[in-house]
Design a protein. Structure first.
Length: 317
């Protein structure tokens, strides 16, 4: 027996109409309120640590930087100790010299007369002479170097004189200073002046000659005056060379003043060394040697930093 299910045509028409019928306004409002009150979904937070791990210490580079100077100082102390142990003339050991250095620097600025002063006053007196002689050399040497490098005629005129006088030992000028100035202090300043002027003249002149020709062509096109050329073009380009000459001149001046003061006397680190030799105080002489080296190192370091700050990359290369 077959059974059949019959659907009314009205039901077939009603189903699609109910599916396509839009929602009533009240239903739409309820949907909008529900959507607006729904809690927004927060983005996921990465709980993993974002701290950059610390780079490991390069111990090999550290020891390659620290170990060689330490070994060099240790080698010096070892040789010094061996010489002191096998010396029959009472050469002081490093420990004895260190004890004497502590005694010397415990009161470096004592004064018991013009010929008996602490090491601090002697160093300051030597630096004062160096500053005066070096300052005069800079006032004369740097402008002269600009003119020699700028003008070919002056270059040809002064080049033989510089080549002749520059190799002369600075101490050879000391008797000339004593004869002309009739005093030990002006003679020492004169010696520093004459030995400091050559590096400044030569380096400044070389710097002027190495200024690119394009800069000078632009200056000629713009019809710049000589003063403008010197201040706006030459000086910025020559400054690294000039500072190199200043650094070399200061090193030479500090070397010369010690020898000049040994010969002229008075207050100064050179005279202090000679006076301690007359008293056979070798420990103080070694202390003075280290003082001279440290002061020269500080002067060199300061001028190297100054020159590096004003040196362009192409000049450094």
């Amino acid at each position: 027996m077959v059974s059949a299910v019959f659907h009314s045509p009205l039901d077939a028409r009603t189903e699609p109409l109910l599916a396509d019928t839009p929602a009533t306004p009240r239903a739409r409002n309820r949907t909008a309120v529900a959507a607006s009150t729904a809690t927004p979904k927060e983005p996921a937070v990465n709980t993993a640590s974002t701290v950059t791990p610390r780079a490991p210490i390069d111990w090999r580079a550290f020891w390659l930087r620290v170990l060689p100077p330490v070994l060099g100082i240790g080698l010096l102390l070892a040789i010094w100790q061996l010489v002191a142990m096998h010396s029959t003339n009472g050469f002081p050991s490093p420990a004895t010299t260190m004890t004497q250095a502590i005694s010397v620097f415990s009161d470096p600025f004592y004064s018991k007369g013009p010929n008996d002063q602490g090491v601090g006053w002697n160093v300051l007196s030597s630096l004062k002479r160096v500053a005066m002689g070096f300052g005069l050399a800079a006032l004369v040497g740097i402008p002269l170097g600009f003119m020699i490098g700028r003008f070919t005629f002056l270059n040809r005129m002064f080049n033989p004189l510089i080549s002749l006088l520059r190799p002369v030992s600075p101490l050879a000028w000391l008797p000339i200073g004593l004869l002309v100035f009739k005093g030990a202090n002006p003679a020492a300043i004169w010696t520093i002046f004459i030995c400091s002027i050559w590096p400044m003249i030569i380096n400044t002149a070389v710097g002027v000659q190495r200024v690119p020709q394009d800069y000078m062509n632009v200056a000629r096109v713009l019809n710049l005056s000589e003063w403008k050329i010197i201040t706006k073009i030459l000086f910025p380009a020559v400054l690294p060379y000039m500072l190199t000459g200043v650094r070399l001149a200061v090193g030479t001046a500090w070397l010369v003043i010690v020898a000049a003061e040994m010969l002229t006397g008075g207050v100064g680190i050179g005279f202090w060394v000679w006076d301690e030799w007359n008293n056979l105080n070798v420990s103080n002489i070694i202390v003075a040697i280290f003082v001279i080296g440290i002061v020269g190192l500080l002067l060199e370091f300061a001028l190297v930093r100054l020159a590096t700050a004003f040196t362009y990359d192409e000049v450094k290369a």
